[in-house]
Design a protein around this ligand. Structure first.
Ligand code: BTN
Length: 265
């Protein structure tokens, strides 16, 4: 990766304070947390050897093919608005791809809570880490894994993962993608404080409102089918279960049930 371009296009104009490039690291999120990096720092690696996913899962990334990065950003937000940072980041990732990959426009979508989908398959995930919940200014580590030029997927995710390359047949340059995302991210950070507008925009790209899904509460393995009625302004998934109850979930995972439309997503 050409980190000179990142310095030139992101640090020199003052968007980022620093870009830390690592040939290899266990996890960019862990690196940022262990060194207590300041706001507007970006950690990137070509080879993340112990990438973390949500719920303690492993995030695989073939060296040199994809983007594994952590952006550290402070926001003056309440503790009940921290999830806004995740909705904002996934929205901005989608909006940056809408600009760099115009032909994917009708195929890009968001899946609760923070996944980016192309043609119903997961292309990017977000892992957030916020350790100072008591502070009025919350420093958040936004760990982003974006499958860019990946062509080989691990057996257990092959049916539900994809990459920009797999969907377009052509390679994308990683630096360009990062520059586009960071510019998009810094273009509208006040949106984090405008929950209604943020959630409205996020939901306009959501692929599963009104759709039947299978919901899994990964903390205790609970599973149920239902229809997604809405995503609340508090970030909750509003699920109408098969027995007619309307439940709110703040954490968990969904898969779409309709075949041909984002199935197994
Ligand atoms: C998910 O499970 O969907 C979240 C995946 C997040 C992966 C990214 S890659 C960069 C950062 N460092 C990590 O260890 N994880 C995140």
């Amino acid at each position: 990766m050409d980190t000179g371009i990142l310095q030139y296009k992101l640090v020199r104009p003052g968007l980022l304070k620093e870009v830390i490039w690592l040939d290899e690291v266990n996890s960019t999120n862990e690196y940022a947390a262990a060194r207590n990096l300041g706001s507007d720092s970006l950690v990137i690696t070509d080879n993340q050897t112990g990438g973390k996913g949500r719920f303690g899962r492993v995030w695989h990334s073939t060296p040199g093919k994809n983007i594994a990065m952590s952006l550290v950003k402070s926001f003056r937000i309440g503790v009940d608005e921290v999830h806004n940072a995740g909705f904002y980041t996934s929205l901005k990732l989608l909006e940056s791809l809408l600009k760099t990959h115009v032909h994917l426009n009708d195929k890009l979508a968001l899946k609760w809570p923070n996944d980016l989908m192309i043609n119903g398959r997961k292309t990017a995930g977000l892992l957030m880490d916020c350790r100072d919940l008591k502070n009025p200014v919350k420093k958040i580590i936004l760990g982003i894994g974006l499958n860019v030029n990946e062509s080989e997927f691990h057996a257990e995710i092959r049916h539900k993962a994809t990459s920009l390359f797999a969907e377009t047949g052509s390679e994308s340059d990683l630096e360009g993608q990062i520059v586009s995302f960071i510019n998009e991210f810094y273009s509208e950070t006040d949106l984090i404080n405008d929950t209604k507008e943020l959630m409205g925009r996020w939901k306009s790209h959501c692929c599963h409102i009104g759709m039947p899904v299978r919901f899994r509460l990964l903390t205790d393995g609970e599973e149920k089918n239902g229809i997604v009625k809405d995503i609340g302004d508090d970030g909750s998934l509003k699920l109408e279960t098969e027995d007619g109850k309307l439940l709110s979930y703040y954490s968990g995972e969904i898969s779409l049930l309709l075949s041909g439309m984002n199935s197994n997503a």
